[in-house]
Design a protein around this ligand. Structure first.
Ligand SMILES: Cc1cc2nc3c(=O)[nH]c(=O)nc-3n(C[C@H](O)[C@H](O)[C@H](O)COP(=O)(O)OP(=O)(O)OC[C@H]3O[C@@H](n4cnc5c(N)ncnc54)[C@H](O)[C@@H]3O)c2cc1C
Length: 277
C-alpha cells in the first residue's frame, strides 16, 4: 500500500472474453485497496469496442467501490452514436469521462462529426448540460501529428476552456519534460490538474513499439540498460525499480497523482506502488 496521500487511477482495456472480464474484475478488486481515485476503461476509435467498454465499466462498477470513468473517443463517429453511448454511461451512473479524439483505424474513411477532441467536449457539455466531469489527454512531448509544439499547447489549453476538469498525460520517461509542460500550461492559464500517465516496463520490444505508436521518447540510457538483461525476470525487476523511481520523483515534486496504464495486469503496477513512499 502506498504511503503517499496522493491518489492513483488505473486504466484498463476491455477484455475480449467473459473469462478475461472476470480476471480483470478480480484484479481491480485487488487494486481497490490502494487509494484508487478511479478506474478508467479505453474505447476504440470509430466505436469498435463500444460495447466492450460499457460491459467492462459495468462489471467494475458492480464489483468495486471505486468510481469508474469510461473513455470516449469521437473520430469516425457521428453525433447519434456518441449520444447513445453517453446516455448509456449516464444511466449506469458514470459521472467522470476520459474524452479523446481517438485515432482512425487504417482504411477508415471519414473523420465523422468530431475531428478533434474539443468538438466532442463541446458536444458533451451542450447535450448533457455539463453533467459529466471530463478528463482529457495531454502530450508533454507534443502530439505526433501536431503542426508545432506551440499549436499543440494552445489546442490542449483550449480543451480546458471548453470544460475539461483535468488531464492525463501520454506516458513519458523524463520527469523534467512533464514539469516543463505543466509550467508552460500554467503560463497559459491552466490551473486544472495534469496527472502523469505512467507505463510500466514489461519488455523492451513492447515498450519500444508502444513508444513509437504514441511518440514517447525512450532515453538511450534506458534502451542500453534494457538490452543488457539475460532473463525476463531481471528486466522486469529493473523495470519496476526504474518506473517506481520516476513515479517517486513526480510525486515528490508536485504531480497531483499518478495514472497507471496497467495493460490489464496487477504486476508490475502493484509492485511499483509498493516501492513508493
Ligand atoms: C490518457 C489517454 C487515454 C487514451 N485513451 C484512448 C481511448 O480510450 N481510445 C482511443 O481511441 N484513444 C485513446 N487515446 C489516444 C488518443 O486518442 C490519441 O493519442 C489521439 O491521437 C489524440 O487524442 P487527443 O484527445 O489528445 O486529440 P486532440 O486534442 O484532438 O489533438 C489531436 C491532434 O490534433 C491537433 N488539434 C487539436 N485540436 C485542433 C484543432 N481545433 N484544429 C487543428 N488541430 C487540432 C493537436 O495539436 C494534436 O496534434 C488516449 C490517450 C491518452 C493520453
Amino acid at each position: 500500500m502506498a504511503k503517499n496521500s496522493k491518489t492513483f487511477s488505473f486504466e484498463f482495456f476491455p477484455p475480449k472474453t467473459d473469462s478475461g472480464l472476470e480476471n480483470l474484475t478480480s484484479l481491480a478488486q485487488k487494486l481497490e485497496t490502494v487509494p484508487a481515485e478511479y478506474f478508467s476503461v479505453t474505447f476504440g476509435a470509430g466505436g469498435s469496442t463500444q460495447q466492450g467498454t460499457l460491459d467492462t465499466c459495468k462489471s467494475l462498477f458492480d464489483s468495486t467501490k471505486v468510481p469508474v470513468a469510461p473513455h470516449i473517443s469521437g473520430i469516425g463517429s457521428n453525433k447519434e452514436s456518441i449520444a447513445l453511448a453517453l446516455q448509456a454511461y449516464k444511466e449506469y451512473g458514470f459521472k467522470r469521462l476520459v474524452v479523446l479524439r481517438g485515432d482512425l483505424p487504417s482504411g477508415y474513411g471519414s473523420k465523422g462529426d468530431f475531428p478533434y477532441a474539443i468538438h466532442l467536449i463541446e458536444f458533451i457539455q451542450n447535450k448533457f448540460d455539463n453533467y459529466f466531469d471530463i478528463e482529457v489527454g495531454a502530450y508533454p512531448e507534443t502530439h505526433p501529428e501536431a503542426k508545432s509544439p506551440e499549436d499543440d499547447l494552445k489546442y490542449f489549453c483550449d480543451k480546458f476552456s471548453a470544460g475539461a476538469k483535468g488531464a492525463v498525460t501520454q506516458f513519458f520517461f523524463d520527469a523534467d519534460v512533464y514539469f516543463r509542460f505543466v509550467e508552460n500550461c500554467a503560463k497559459l492559464g491552466v490551473e486544472q490538474p495534469i496527472t502523469p500517465g505512467i507505463m510500466p516496463i514489461m519488455s523492451k520490444d513492447g515498450l519500444m513499439r508502444m513508444a513509437r505508436n504514441c511518440g514517447a521518447k525512450v532515453p538511450s540510457t534506458l534502451i542500453d540498460k534494457l538490452e543488457k538483461f539475460d532473463t525476463e525476470d531481471d528486466l522486469k525487476k529493473f523495470g519496476v525499480e526504474y518506473i517506481a523511481s520516476l513515479t517517486q520523483t513526480l510525486l515528490d515534486n508536485g504531480a497531483p497523482g499518478i495514472h497507471f496504464y496497467t495493460i490489464n495486469q496487477l504486476n508490475p503496477t502493484n509492485q511499483i506502488i509498493n516501492l513508493i513512499d
